[in-house]
Design a protein around this ligand. Sequence first.
Ligand code: G6P
Length: 614
Amino acid sequence: MCGIVGYLGNKEAYPILIKGLHRLEYRGYDSAGVALVNSSSDLKVYKTKGKVADLESYTKGKDVSGTIGIAHTRWATHGEPNNVNAHPHYSQSESLALIHNGIIENYAVIKEDLIKRGYKFQSDTDTEVLVQLIEYIKNTNKIGLCQAVQLALTQAVGAYAIAVIEKGNPNQIIAARKSSPLVIGIGDDEFFLASDATPIIEYTNRVIYLDDEEVAIIRRGEEVHIKTLANVEKTHEVKELELSLNELEKGGFPHFMLKEIYEQPKRIAEAMRGRINVEANSVALAGVIDNKEKFLNARRILIVACGTSWHAGLIGEYLLEEFARIPVEVEYASEFRYRNPIINKGDIVIAISQSGETADTLAAIELARNAGAFVYGICNVVGSSIPRNTDSGSYTHVGPEIGVASTKAFTAQVTVLSLIALTIAHLKGTIEPDRYQELIKELASIPAKMIRTLEVNAQIKDFASIFTYAKNFIYLGRGYNYPVALEGALKLKEISYIHAEGYPAAEMKHGPIALIDAEMPVVVIAPNKGMYEKTISNIQEVKARKGRVISIITEGDETVKKLSDYTIEIPETEECFVPLLASIPLQLMAYHIAVVKGCNVDQPRNLAKSVTVE
Ligand code: G6P
């Protein structure tokens, strides 16, 4: 939700900032802007509604010189996406410019007070209030920018990652964060700042992650100084990034989403590397083994997550209950955090998040930790806030996911949950040794089966255009495939803007069946496992009402094929691992339908990949 980037060094800042904004565009693309201090110490702000490419057109022929600057790509919270509400925001005298990711919740009170003191506001944003407040405090107290930022932020309630520069000072950026991410890159005589490491990796792999309520003073020719809002000096370890630049490129694919769908076999293998050993018949997930007693004695597991990660959590519930025999509840983090949940000592909370920055999930973690629960994170982005705020955890190791619609992160989350369930089951003795071995072997074969599953791409591409007429879709699945139905429906909604609902197949007759007619495409995940016969009955019910059935079936299943209008075959696997394969054709279907409809697949309207506001 909003991406921020900054540069101070010996190079021209503008191209670095623009490139950085492109990398962060997955965080929002309602408007974009840049502020630069040039060699005459003038502070210039250029901003416009639209994407980073629109900003580039807007700045053509303008003076974008300067070796210090800050830039922003916006996902609108306060105020519609227009030129005025775009960041950076000037202070009243235009001597300060500020970018912000987050929400200042008490902006109205501060604004009212500043208006009484003669301040005039241009925009509807909460951010402008912050820059005006900083200026007001700086001028009235006759103090430097850093101190003014510290004082202003003690008054701000909410979340922020900010960066401020000032006219007349081409040598300093002040940055700060609370509940929104901020990474500082340290190069040779140059500094970078960004919402994540992707704009930085090209120039340096040495970074510092700021903690909440810390301010970074980035000055030319000096080390980065970090202080708390209360002015206590802090020292931070400089971390080394493991990201590689080609992971941030499309690699010949037309969209990041397609690239990420195709990466799944390799990435899932990476998620299992060192954790699964087929020869030795063992699964060893360090985070679980290191906390063996906690998992062995867990009376209950609560899974908290949002969006696609919540769907992975639902599959986790099936896995953990079936194999580890521990009761599991799966909660939307946004509900959990506000409903006064019962959390007992001895409960384990598993937080799942691709980005590691989702505001609601972070708040749920804080609540759980305060209540004494042991919190385990399943995250993708290394060094992000969730892994830093949990007691232990496992990374999914799928590399950067840039397409806004999550694909490889989802299957990797399910893989890690499978590893957790099998590790606990083995430790607890709730699984027969033979069964444990069979499942390990099967899980290890999933990457190869994913490669075969991807062969359905051409077939899906062919029939995708038939369904662009649809206004609605229904997705049905039972057992492990119910969450797959939810996820399939979400993928279609997100990128093609076709309304879609996922249902447990048997629930269809309690309502959704009323929607079925000859126009309604119904996607059924119907592998030859689990409640196969019952799923067939559900397909019959759809056909009896002339619905158009697209079924995901096990290779060679003629029975369901005969009943369906379209079938997509996936390799045979264990019931518990079907989600890992069945998700792929659903991702491809959403992708191709969206492409045929001319939608922006990687940057769907109104969405952002990292939701750092609640
Ligand atoms: C946003 C993204 C989704 C993601 C959800 C949770 O809505 O667009 O793809 O599933 O946030 O994000 P997280 O990073 O916590 O998994």
